[in-house]
Design a protein around this ligand. Structure first.
Ligand SMILES: *[C@@H]1O[C@H](CO)[C@@H](O)[C@H](O)[C@H]1NC(C)=O
Ligand SMILES: *[C@@H]1O[C@H](CO)[C@@H](O)[C@H](O)[C@H]1NC(C)=O
Ligand SMILES: *[C@@H]1O[C@H](CO)[C@@H](O)[C@H](O)[C@H]1NC(C)=O
Ligand SMILES: *[C@@H]1O[C@H](CO)[C@@H](O)[C@H](O)[C@H]1NC(C)=O
Length: 959
């Protein structure tokens, strides 16, 4: 159900590097040092210039006399510095101690690890030891025993063969500038002051107190580019931070390579020139905020770059004259405090990161780079890049990387053509692929899961791992120190409990600058099964990827074939079926087992000869599942699936219901009308079909509300049906009564619960709601309460007892969302309330969600395993429609997190029978759908859904 919305040269050689601090200076260093000191940003030198600007030397005699400013040498240095390129000093990786080393950090030897180094195109894997010391990786593969003997307080960690990778690098995060939990007073993502604001800096808003740092580290994320939001065309300067709490507790301490002077925000000349990062955005976001068209936004870019080019040209002309000794009338070096950040872009000292989705926008920005001559580091989000690789290749100064989501799409018009096959297609075209979070859009704790999905949909293993490590660091200009496991690199390391591309891969320990980040190793997960130590072998999606291209991102999703005839499934390893309110699993009894379906109904199961009546027929379709599986079709709950096509486009959506309890409703609706989702249902939406192809064959959806408490009556429907009037399209037209109790200020939580009390106790006359409140009180229909706060849940538990006592009936109550449910788990259990955990891995989005049980490696149990241990009936839900396709992975993850505490059958129940029980779907289990997967089961990255068996629709859909 709808949650309440929260809430964005001049011939000089180019010298790279920092001034060496320890070794003797060479001639090259002197050149470098002078260039550096002459002030890279042109700011400090300007003070110098300004102070000396009236002092002159007279050279020459008679009529040839020329006046030369006393600071001419400094001016010439400034001019030389203009083409200085950012980068580390040549001897950076000879350092023995990291500049980020924290006193007291002891050496660590990780023994017997399987090390993915990131080198050799991501293909190098080494078995051996890893030595971390002084904040740096000191040995990879083999640590010299004599060197070890000299180390005091060496801590040895036995990896027992487990996988080790570099710390994950997230190219796109808003951590610290948007708050978690969300506070309206800490919403620093975007300035409203105009579309062009290159002078703003994320550093000035980087809050160090954010729950997400710790959570993301627990997912292996160690470094991230923190960007301003996308509401401005040019939103300002981004910054690269590490997620380790800084010893100074200050934002500056988080910066990977702090370029600033102490106590100052000017670039410190002695620190050399670091890469700067600039955020741009095009398309819907900047347009909507400033009521612009794409034409306006592009003009705003061109105007800004034209201004910057004027400043740059004036500087270059000035320097040409200075170098030619034409000092007369030269005046001051032209500079512009506001526009210097863009001048820097034109001088190639800035990594430009552009939020851009559609072909038209990508093309606009590529043309701008060729007009103004600057390169783009990466297009972010970049959903249509896979359709136009040649456009990217036409960008000035090199092909931008594409920084993508794995499967977020269809959330707005500009993401309509998004494809899960984009990473593979881009890689096939030689374009660098990055997978990023856009945290908190995606909880960056699970960034590796995104890379896993990209791998599942065809991105090769080496590139999937590279997409969150080595590729982003190249895009950030930090490839000299992070993103790889190499001697001399920062000691940012993740020790995993399984192969990092295996579903549910969880860090056992994470080191940043050699400092272990997980404080309670007893809670860290132990190494998982042998099977999970190997990378998954994803299915072949080659045809699907081709279709995505052929149909410009909108391939047909309707099943290729739908048959009521006899279908014989063979070669499966397991069959899971509904048995009453549970799911039961049966392993295949042998290679000769068959599973026969006719008119969508199971007609025979057993050995081939036992089903000879069917298997000997000539008109059957035989489907070899290649060690696959048959399982119940999954059920999705929580998103507006079926009520929306594109979330942000009203014209594609059912819309929102009136707040009929606290708000005014049109008189034609009567008093307290109860809306039915079934009346607004849309079928064959792309989301529904994508979800169907992912094994989710039923969705239960409630009307959507933005305010008030009463949503209305939910509907259960088939995600594969063509329209409502088709046989089997509706599973149940009225399912449950949905209300929502959340902190929204007005009305208060107490008012919301008070209103619910009056409705349930029949105090007063309440119009249409009375009929449904009566059914709830009699236990005929579940009352489903969307609630996050443990305190609100406690009040609702009391209310349930109160109503039951006064009416003598037992109520059926289900909590959904339920982020903080673990706190009141025994009380929920005692009150016989069920819970649909939504999303299945909660995040402290808002204040009322902050007390989550984060699960491994931070706590031994997660919310699902905790609720189950109290014998609470648990389902898992999703918040957004695009998430519904991942239901199979969410339940598998819950089982993996429970370390054997949840069987595969119980995992399948979490998103099938349990949800139906909790919401009151009454259907004959025999009429429920089954899903056939090829190559593996629904609960992993090897199975592919190839057919849906639908008894109620009388067909087998062959996908
Ligand atoms: C003065 O000018 C003459 C001829 O222009 C030149 O030869 C001489 O070197 C100059 N002297 C100085 C001190 O610049
Ligand atoms: C390394 O770990 C693997 C996997 O557990 C184990 O089989 C092997 O014996 C270990 N090797 C050493 C040298 O400990
Ligand atoms: C920075 O400020 C601190 C605190 O006032 C002071 O102790 C320190 O000397 C300052 N550092 C510099 C380089 O000015
Ligand atoms: C849950 O149910 C099992 C089996 O019925 C029982 O043994 C166990 O004590 C119950 N646990 C709780 C916390 O009630």
């Amino acid at each position: 159900m709808g949650t309440k919305p929260n809430i964005p040269d001049d011939g000089l050689p180019i010298v790279q590097g920092n001034p060496p601090q320890t070794r003797r200076r060479t001639r090259q260093d002197k050149v470098y040092y002078r260039v550096c000191i002459s002030v890279i940003l042109g700011i400090a030198a300007f003070n110098l210039l300004g102070a000396a600007r009236h002092a002159w030397n007279v050279q020459g005699n008679g009529s040839n006399a020329v006046q030369i400013p006393l600071n001419a040498a400094a001016i010439l240095d400034t001019c030389r510095s203009l083409n200085f390129k950012p980068g580390p000093p040549p001897d950076f990786n000879e350092r023995k101690v990291s500049d980020r080393f924290v006193q007291g950090t002891g050496p660590v030897l990780i023994k017997n690890a399987t090390i993915w180094t990131g080198r050799v195109e991501g293909l190098e894997e080494i078995t051996g030891d890893l030595l971390l010391e002084s904040g740096i990786i000191k040995a990879v593969g083999h640590a010299d025993p004599s060197a070890l003997a000299n180390l005091d307080n060496l801590v040895t960690v036995d990896a027992d063969g487990a996988w080790v990778t570099p710390g994950i690098v997230d190219l796109h995060s808003h951590i610290g500038v948007t708050s978690s939990p969300y506070f309206s007073a800490a919403n620093d993502g975007n300035s409203p002051k105009g579309p062009i604001l290159p002078w703003l800096r994320v550093l000035d808003a980087l809050n160090t107190h954010n729950d997400a740092y710790r959570l993301s580290v627990a997912g292996g994320v160690t470094t991230a580019l923190v960007l301003p939001g996308s509401a401005n065309a040019i939103a300002g300067q981004a910054i690269v931070v590490k997620y380790r709490p800084s010893t100074s507790r200050s934002p500056i301490g988080l910066i990977v390579e702090n370029p600033y002077s102490t106590n100052n925000t000017e670039y410190a000349p002695e620190k050399g020139l670091r890469w700067k990062h600039m955020k741009h955005a095009c398309g819907e976001n900047p347009n909507s905020v400033y009521h612009n068209t794409r034409m306006d936004t592009v003009w705003a870019f061109r105007q800004a770059y034209n201004k910057a080019r004027d400043v740059k040209n004036a500087q270059d002309a000035y320097c040409s004259k200075a170098r030619a000794g034409q000092w007369a009338g030269l005046g001051e070096f032209p500079t512009d405090y506001q526009w210097d950040p863009l001048v820097d872009v034109l001088r190639g000292r800035v990594k430009v990161h552009i939020h851009c989705y559609e072909t038209v926008d990508l093309d606009d920005l590529v043309r701008i780079t060729n007009e103004f001559h600057f390169p783009i580091a990466a297009f972010h989000h970049a959903l249509e890049t896979y359709l136009v690789p040649d456009t990217l290749k036409a960008a000035y100064g090199g092909t931008p990387a594409a920084a993508l989501f794995a499967t977020i799409a269809r959330t707005k018009r500009e993401t309509w053509r998004g494809s899960e096959f984009a990473p593979k297609i881009l890689a096939d075209n030689g374009i660098e692929v990055i997978i990023k979070s856009d945290h908190p859009v995606l909880n960056s704790r699970y960034l590796m899961f995104e890379a896993q999905q990209a791998h599942y949909y065809g991105l090769p293993r080496n590139l999937a791992l590279a997409s969150v490590t080595t590729v982003p660091v190249r895009t950030l200009g930090l490839e000299h120190r992070v993103g790889y496991i190499k001697v001399g690199y920062d000691a940012d390391i993740v020790l995993w409990d399984s192969h990092p591309l295996a579903l549910g891969a969880t860090p056992q320990q994470v080191w940043i600058d050699g400092i272990p980040q997980l404080e309670t190793p007893t809670l860290a997960p132990v190494k998982k099964s042998k099977v999970l130590q190997k990378p998954p072998h994803p299915p072949n999606f080659g045809k699907e990827a081709e279709a995505a291209l052929k149909y410009e991102g909108l391939p047909p999703l309707i099943p290729a074939r739908s048959t009521s005839g006899v279908v014989v499934f063979t070669n499966f390893n397991s069959v899971y079926t509904r048995e009453g309110g549970t799911v039961r699993g049966v392993s295949s009894t042998g290679n000769d087992s068959v599973f026969v379906v006719q008119q969508g109904k199971v007609v025979c199961r057993g050995l081939r000869f036992q089903c000879a009546d069917y298997t000997t027929r000539t008109d059957t379709i035989s489907i070899n599942l290649h060690a696959g599986s048959i399982s119940p079709g999954l059920v999705s709950f929580g998103s507006p699936l079926g009520l929306e096509e594109i979330a942000n486009e009203d014209s594609t959506n059912d819309g929102y219901v009136h707040d009929s309890i606290f708000g005014e409703v049109p008189t034609v609706l009567g008093i307290a009308p109860v809306v039915r989702a079934v009346d607004g249902l849309q079928f064959s939406t792309r989301n529904a079909l994508v979800v169907y192809r992912s094994g989710v064959t039923t969705a239960i959806t409630a009307p959507q509300i933005t305010s008030g408490i009463l949503a209305g009556l939910s509907v259960a429907f088939s995600t594969g049906a063509e329209h409502k009037l088709k046989e089997g399209a509706l599973v149940q037209d009225i399912v449950a009564l949905h209300v929502s109790i959340h902190h929204s200020g007005v009305p208060s939580i107490s008012t919301q619960i008070g209103a619910l009390r009056n409705l349930l106790l029949g105090n007063g006359h309440h119009g249409h709601i009375t009929v449904w409140a009566d059914k709830v009180v009699k236990g005929d229909i579940p009352l489903v309460i969307d609630v996050s706060s443990a305190d609100a849940m406690a009040s609702l538990i009391q209310l349930k007892y109160e109503v039951e006592e006064k009416t003598g009936h037992a109520l059926k109550v289900t909590f959904t969302h339920a982020s903080e449910a673990a706190i009141v788990a025994p009380e929920i259990a005692k009150a016989n309330i069920g819970v649909i955990v939504t999303p299945s891995r909660p995040f402290p989005d808002s204040w009322e969600d902050r007390r989550i049980l984060p699960g491994p490696p931070l706590t031994s149990k997660n919310i699902i395993s905790t609720l189950l241990s109290h014998n609470i009936t648990v389902g898992v839900g999703v918040v957004s429609t695009w998430q519904a396709r991942n239901t199979r992975f969410d339940i598998a993850w819950a089982a993996l997190d429970a370390r054997g505490g949840i069987s595969p059958a119980e995992a399948l129940a979490l998103a099938s029978v349990n949800i139906e029980t909790l919401l009151g779907v009454k259907r004959n289990p025999v009429l429920a759908d089954l899903v056939a997967t090829d190559g593996g089961d629904l609960l992993g990255f090897e199975g592919k859904v190839v057919a849906v068996i639908s008894p109620s629709r009388g067909v087998v859909d062959i996908l």
